[in-house]
Each structure stands twice: as structure tokens, then as C-alpha cells.
Design a protein around this ligand. Structure first.
Ligand SMILES: Cc1cc2nc3c(=O)[nH]c(=O)nc-3n(C[C@H](O)[C@H](O)[C@H](O)COP(=O)(O)OP(=O)(O)OC[C@H]3O[C@@H](n4cnc5c(N)ncnc54)[C@H](O)[C@@H]3O)c2cc1C
Ligand code: FES
Length: 346
């Protein structure tokens, strides 16, 4: 079988930092604009992947959720909390100033509410508030249901967006309940502490973001409060180890394998995907502008919907059962296991 390899260069955005807002001693918000003045198109809960320059001239990549909402007219912004000894967060917190330019990938990710007609339970710890705040602001600005936010931090001084949250609560007293949990006063967050806040909200969709042990406890609390497991969505913050800004080498066997029909952002494509080739590589080798970031199965940027046929996912560290049941799969980890495939990328 002939193997073709091709270097694929990823499409990048050049964003200007208009303002740096110090949120806490350890966290900043970078307010952004596009170089051409065009609006940045994103959905609440999505993230940007930022190129981090290294001293040897190479680069790394780190993902940061947009803390702004696309539905309130505010400028796009990411919010970064310093990780001790961390490569990307240290550079962004210490080096970037108003006027700096950032190279990023297009907004991506699946931590985005698919429906807004249910009560929302939002659960965050530390910097996990960033995608949750974006969802919260969109819910209040563009939808009608009640929203509960449970936000855990070490102490009052480490609460990001404290003033914004107070302001939102004052402006929406009938719809928004904010419950802060401070470890300094109450110890580590408990499942019961969350259950008490959430109980009484029937049929809610829940969005969780924070360290993994926190999300495990939060999940127990939500289940005890009667939230259905398929309605609990998680965003995992981790550092990606690949560099999507580097040209990506893909190896495929063109013209062989399973026929695939793909609708990618409204354009129709037909190609073949060999049984040992992941769909993302087959699309990139065809010249299709398919989205991706980590290529490791943990960011969700390459998510697609399986319309017909079946795939095997080698790794899935990001999709939850709700998404899986609706046919969502990761292109960077999916190999075909049926005779034909039809897929869609929105
Ligand atoms: C989808 C997504 C959205 C995200 N959104 C946000 C957000 O909105 N805000 C935010 O602040 N973060 C966010 N993150 C997390 C962010 O991408 C980074 O993981 C985070 O900033 C830490 O990166 P860093 O480069 O500063 O630290 P890293 O350099 O990755 O280091 C992390 C830790 O590991 C240690 N370490 C590093 N290398 C080694 C080594 N070789 N041996 C031992 N220890 C080591 C460091 O000392 C540090 O404590 C998000 C992540 C994802 C995937
Ligand atoms: S590119 Fe990150 S999960 Fe596929």
C-alpha cells in the first residue's frame, strides 16, 4: 500500500492584547481584538490555543478558555491563572502587556451548552471559572432559565471575577444564585455542600470545570441532588504536549480504505480513509481545513458528528456520555470500522 506523507500548516489568528486586567495576585484577564477588526466568532465555553514562544526559538501551545461571552457585546478575553513553575501561564502573566500580539488557533471546544431551555447548574474551582463565566453571562443575557453557580476557591483573595459575579447577582436576583466556597473557612469542598445548594432544581444541565478531584466530588454532589449523569458536562484543564503551531506530518494511503462523505462547515467532501488512519489525518491530507489542536484526544477541538457508519476511538479524554450518545466523536482518534462513513463538522 502506498503511503503518502504531507506537512500540514495550521491556520492561525493574530490577536492584539488591548488591555491586561489583574483579577487576583495570581491571575490576569487579557482583553483581545483581531488584527483586521473583524469580530472573533466563538461560542460560550470555547477556548483559544495560544502559541508560547520559548527561549530557544521554538514554541509550545497552551489552551485558555474565553471568559467573555459572545452574546453581550463585550470584547473577547481569556483569563489565565499562574501555575507555579508553569511555562505558558508564567509567560502570559509576566510578559504580555497591552499592545502585545498573540498567535492563536481559532476558538474550539465542545464545552458549550447544546440547549438553553433547562435550569443551569455551574460548578467551578479556581481558574475553572473562565468557561463557566462565559456560559453564565450568555445564559443571563440571551436566555430565561434559573442559574446556580457554585464557585470554590482557597480564600476570598483568590476569587477571580468577584466584582463581576456580585454585579450579575444584583442585576439578576430572581434568576442567579451564586454560592462561594472558601477552603480557608470551610475546608475542601464536599459533595453535601454542593447538594445543599443544588437540591430543588429539577431537570438541570450541569457544567463543571476545575481540578479532577474537585470535579469527582462535585459530580457526587450533583448526582445526590438528582441531576442526571447524562446532563453533567466537564471541562478538563491540562497542558497539551503537542505543538499544533508546528507543521503537522500526516501519513495516509490515498484512495484506499473506506469511502467517507464529510460536510465540513457547510462544504461537502468525499475521500477515503484507510482502517489504520485517523479521520483527521485523512481529511488534512485531502486539503480539508478540519479543526484540531492537541491530536491527543483531550481538547475536543476536532469533534465531529457521526451521521452514518461507525468508528473506533483510540483515546477519549474529553467527550462525555451525553455527547457520545449524540454521535459526537474525535477525528484525531477515530479510525473507521464500517464499510462507509458520513460525518459532519459544524
Ligand atoms: C481546554 C482547556 C482550557 C483551559 N483554560 C484555561 C483557562 O481559562 N485559564 C487557565 O489558567 N488555564 C486554562 N487551561 C490550562 C492551561 O492550558 C495550562 O495547562 C495551564 O496554564 C498550565 O500551563 P503552564 O504552561 O503554565 O504550566 P506547565 O508548564 O504545563 O506546568 C504545569 C505544572 O507541571 C510542572 N512541570 C512542568 N514540567 C515538568 C516536568 N518536566 N517535571 C515535573 N513537573 C513539571 C510545573 O512546575 C507546573 O507545576 C486550560 C486547558 C485546557 C485543555
Ligand atoms: S485535536 Fe484535541 S481532541 Fe482531537
Amino acid at each position: 500500500m502506498a503511503i503518502d506523507s504531507a506537512d500540514i500548516a495550521v491556520r492561525t489568528l493574530r490577536l492584539q492584547v488591548d488591555e491586561v486586567i489583574r483579577e487576583t495576585a495570581d491571575a490576569v484577564t487579557l482583553v483581545l481584538s483581531t488584527a483586521d477588526g473583524e469580530a472573533l466568532r466563538y461560542r460560550p465555553g470555547q477556548f483559544l490555543t495560544v502559541e508560547i514562544p520559548l527561549s530557544d526559538g521554538s514554541s509550545a501551545a497552551r489552551c485558555y478558555s474565553l471568559s467573555s461571552s459572545p452574546d453581550t457585546g463585550e470584547r473577547p478575553a481569556i483569563s489565565v491563572k499562574r501555575t507555579a513553575g508553569g511555562l505558558g501561564s508564567t509567560w502570559l502573566c509576566d510578559t504580555v502587556t497591552a499592545g502585545s500580539a498573540l498567535t492563536t488557533l481559532a476558538p474550539a471546544g465542545t464545552f458549550v451548552p447544546a440547549r438553553w431551555d433547562r435550569p443551569l447548574v455551574l460548578v467551578a474551582a479556581g481558574s475553572g471559572i473562565t468557561p463557566v463565566l462565559s456560559i453564565l453571562k450568555t445564559a443571563l443575557a440571551s436566555h430565561d432559565g434559573p442559574v446556580v453557580l457554585f464557585y470554590a476557591n482557597r480564600d476570598p483573595g483568590s476569587v477571580m471575577f468577584a466584582a463581576t459575579l456580585d454585579d450579575l447577582q444584583q442585576r439578576h436576583p430572581d434568576r442567579l444564585t451564586v454560592r462561594h466556597w472558601h477552603e480557608s473557612a470551610s475546608g475542601l469542598p464536599t459533595a453535601t455542600g454542593l447538594t445543599d445548594v443544588v437540591s430543588g432544581i429539577a431537570g438541570a444541565d450541569a457544567y463543571l470545570c476545575g481540578p479532577t478531584p474537585f470535579m469527582e466530588v462535585a459530580q457526587q454532589g450533583l448526582l445526590a441532588a438528582g441531576v442526571s449523569p447524562e446532563n453533567i458536562h466537564r471541562e478538563v484543564f491540562s497542558s497539551i504536549t503537542t505543538d499544533p503551531f508546528d507543521a503537522v506530518l500526516v501519513e495516509t494511503s490515498p484512495g484506499t480504505g473506506v469511502p467517507v462523505s464529510a460536510e465540513v462547515e457547510g462544504d461537502d467532501h468525499s475521500f477515503h480513509c484507510a482502517p489504520d488512519t485517523v479521520l483527521l489525518d485523512a481529511m488534512l491530507a485531502e486539503g480539508i481545513d478540519a479543526p484540531f489542536v492537541c491530536r491527543e484526544g483531550n481538547c475536543g477541538a476536532c469533534a465531529f458528528t457521526l451521521v452514518s457508519g461507525d468508528v473506533h476511538m483510540r483515546v477519549n479524554d474529553t467527550l462525555d456520555q451525553y455527547e457520545f450518545d449524540r454521535g459526537v466523536r474525535l477525528a484525531c482518534q477515530s479510525v473507521p470500522v464500517s464499510n462507509a462513513l458520513t460525518i459532519r463538522i459544524d
